[in-house]
Design a protein around this ligand. Structure first.
Ligand SMILES: Cc1cc2nc3c(=O)[nH]c(=O)nc-3n(C[C@H](O)[C@H](O)[C@H](O)COP(=O)(O)O)c2cc1C
Length: 348
């Protein structure tokens, strides 16, 4: 066997991705992070056909609608892909059944710790289970409950986020869990050099969302894509909560008229609460309802002023619309070039 320093970059990268790729059943250990409204059959199939691993975002879909989306994806690709289910969906059990009936190979549970019964049902039906681990204690608990792989997603990511950066999660969780299960890194990843570093650190693979929004195959509205192409890292910020009595779930999104109006909305609701016009519960609900349907409005209708432009800090690395296969090739090329440069440095 060749010594790693003399190994061709493409082969060395493949070796670093081998565990993750074997787990996913794909050629490349890059997962397309599920994005509600964005990750439907076209983007998912395009990523899987490019050798990566697409994931359908179930979001608020009802079981019949999910079954349709899975069948639609299977018609477009014969490669593996996953389905991302939100744990607080009221029909979680039926959604798991839909996945199993369609022989979906991987179920990703997101948006909270899944009930043990859902993990058991998914595994008993033959699916591999992937869970998000927001802290080490929970990572251990999830693996004890049967999770076959973990995603650690840093606060750099787009959409709903936790408070901790990928840099810290990687140090806290990876050393303790890498031997147990494959660990995939997510949040703020936009280039191949970073993918290579995480693989060298011990990641089994990575998950990217933001970077794939401007894939040609992605059905997002052209105005949504334009906002990503224009956006810089510093424009993708978490939602601001103005009063600790009224918690706001942090969501990272590009700032727009909607995010500005949300501040005014919170202030107005707070004033009505303080004046005794609405109860605490009513005020909390009014704050939560502000964003209802907002992601759909931006992604599908193209309302980039009032809708939610969920995006990660990696948005600054999205510079144009290009086919999914080209994005994947670019990421691999950057990783291989970085490997080659390191080999040169060793030989020099
Ligand atoms: C527009 C958008 C919608 C998202 N929706 C979901 C979702 O429905 N379920 C989920 O688990 N993650 C969701 N995410 C997170 C992604 O799956 C992925 O983990 C994240 O985008 C990775 O970070 P990155 O954006 O920096 O690449 C969403 C992200 C974005 C940008």
């Amino acid at each position: 066997m060749l010594a790693p320093a003399a190994e061709a970059p493409a082969a060395a990268l493949q070796r670093l991705m081998a565990r993750g790729a074997a787990f996913l059943g794909s050629r490349i250990a890059i997962m397309g992070g599920a994005m509600s409204w964005v990750s439907e059959r076209h983007l998912v199939a395009a990523l899987s056909n490019a050798g990566a691993f697409g994931t359908i975002a179930c979001g608020a879909m009802e079981p019949d609608r999910l079954a349709e989306e899975i069948a639609g994806t299977q018609a477009l690709t014969s490669n593996t892909f996953g389905v991302n289910l939100i744990t607080m969906h009221p029909r979680l059990e039926q959604l798991v059944e839909v996945c199993l009936a369609a022989k979906v190979s991987h179920i990703v549970f997101a948006g909270g710790i899944p009930p043990g019964s859902a993990i058991k049902a998914a595994k008993a039906g033959g699916a591999k289970v992937v869970c998000f681990a927001p802290a080490l204690a929970l990572a251990k608990k999830l693996v004890r409950s049967g999770a076959d792989a973990l995603v650690i997603e840093g606060s750099e990511a787009g959409g709903h986020i936790g408070p901790v950066s990928l840099n810290v999660l990687a140090q806290e969780i990876l050393p303790a869990m890498a031997k147990e299960v494959p660990v995939f890194f997510a949040g703020g990843i936009g280039r191949g050099e970073a993918i290579l570093s995480y693989l060298e650190m011990g990641a089994a693979g990575v998950q990217l969302g933001t970077r794939f929004v401007c894939a040609t195959e992605c059905i997002a509205h052209p105005r949504f894509k334009q906002a990503f192409i224009r956006g810089a890292a510093r424009d993708a910020v978490p939602t601001v909560q103005i009063d600790e009595r009224f918690p706001v779930i942090p969501v990272r999104a590009l700032q727009n008229e909607g995010t500005r109006r949300f501040m005014e909305h919170q202030a107005a609701v707070l004033a009505r609460f303080q004046a005794g016009v609405v109860s605490k519960e009513e005020a909390q609900l009014e704050i939560e309802h502000f964003w209802a349907g907002a992601l759909r409005r931006a992604v599908i209708d193209g309302d980039v002023e009032q809708g939610s432009l969920m995006a990660g800090q990696s948005v600054g690395m999205v510079t144009r619309e290009q086919p999914a296969a080209e994005i994947i090739a670019e990421l691999l090329g950057q990783a291989e070039a970085a490997l080659a440069a390191r080999q040169q440095a060793v030989l020099a």
